[in-house]
Design a protein. Structure first.
Length: 293
């Protein structure tokens, strides 16, 4: 009996301690839950997004220019409004917040930029989706609109001055925009300014035309570096006082090679014979369906 009592006492103590720990743990959990409940219960006025304007019209936008507008975002709720993302509908539009955490009753600014380079003339509508913790409209959609018109300063098929295109005022378009870029981005900045539809005032053939696609990689490299005699095409290589080094020229050739392969594949899938379009008009429609990055 005594031996049993000796074992019973430690066992009872152990059971008591386990029960005490469980009670303490439950008390802590209840206290934690109560704190959460108190926080939630006081949020009678959750964050709420409100805009001064949801649509901005740029009206006429000159082709080749970048326009911008600043939207004001208000928090009309009673808790912090957190902007998770401001996502434009395409790469030609950029949206940047100056503050992603907006206190109750405060405001922040969303700067939206639209790049009209290499765009066709006509109306545009771009969407920006603002994602936040707003009680209502967690995905708020705003819009920018406008109409792209021909640039008043376009060359309109005037002959380029081979000795001056990379200096002075001309360099702002033919040199500065392409600095630091490679491949498709470099083509957009340095080449597409002159290569495109005649109706857009572009003196050079567009990329998907037969006049461009008939060349081999080696021919492209030579043309870009040294230009084409008796034409408006200058030599872009550094040795010819142009802005492009070997790496930049190689990246252009690589991009154009990839574009040509994708263009031929697209035409083949449609049952067309590659490189059969004559003139720039037919090629223009094909180019709109080809995307190479």
């Amino acid at each position: 009996m005594k031996a049993r009592f000796q074992y019973f006492v430690p066992l009872a103590f152990l059971v008591f301690m386990v029960a005490l720990y469980a009670t303490s743990l439950q008390h802590n959990n209840d206290a934690h839950a109560a704190r959460i409940l108190r926080v939630d219960s006081t949020s009678q006025h959750p964050p709420q997004i409100k805009m001064d304007e949801e649509v901005y019209d740029f009206k006429d936008i000159e082709l080749g220019t970048i326009v911008e507008h600043t939207f004001v975002i208000h928090n009309s709720g009673g808790d912090t409004l957190v902007i998770i993302d401001a996502h434009p509908s395409c790469g030609c539009t950029a949206a940047v917040m100056d503050n992603k955490r907006i206190g109750a009753g405060n405001s922040a600014h969303l700067k939206v930029k639209f790049d009209s380079n290499n765009k066709g003339e006509g109306p545009i509508v771009k969407l920006i989706t603002i994602t936040s913790n707003s009680h209502d409209q967690a995905d708020k959609v705003i819009r920018i609109t406008g109409r792209i018109v021909k640039s008043k300063t376009a060359h309109k098929n005037q002959a380029m001055h081979l000795d001056g295109i990379f200096v002075g005022e001309c360099a702002k378009c033919h040199v500065d925009k392409g600095k630091g870029e490679l491949g498709a981005r470099l083509y957009d900045q340095d080449c597409a300014i002159c290569h495109g539809l005649k109706s857009d005032g572009k003196p050079g053939p567009e990329l998907s035309s037969d006049a461009m696609m008939k060349h081999t990689s080696r021919e492209w490299q030579k043309i870009i570096a040294n230009g084409t005699p008796h034409t408006d095409m200058p030599g872009f290589a550094l040795k010819n006082k142009g802005p492009l080094g070997d790496e930049e020229i190689a990246s252009l050739v690589e991009y154009m090679d990839a574009f040509k392969k994708e263009l031929n594949r697209s035409r083949t899938m449609k049952g067309a014979t590659p490189q059969t379009n004559n003139g720039q008009g037919g090629a223009a429609q094909t180019q709109t369906n080809v995307m190479v990055h």
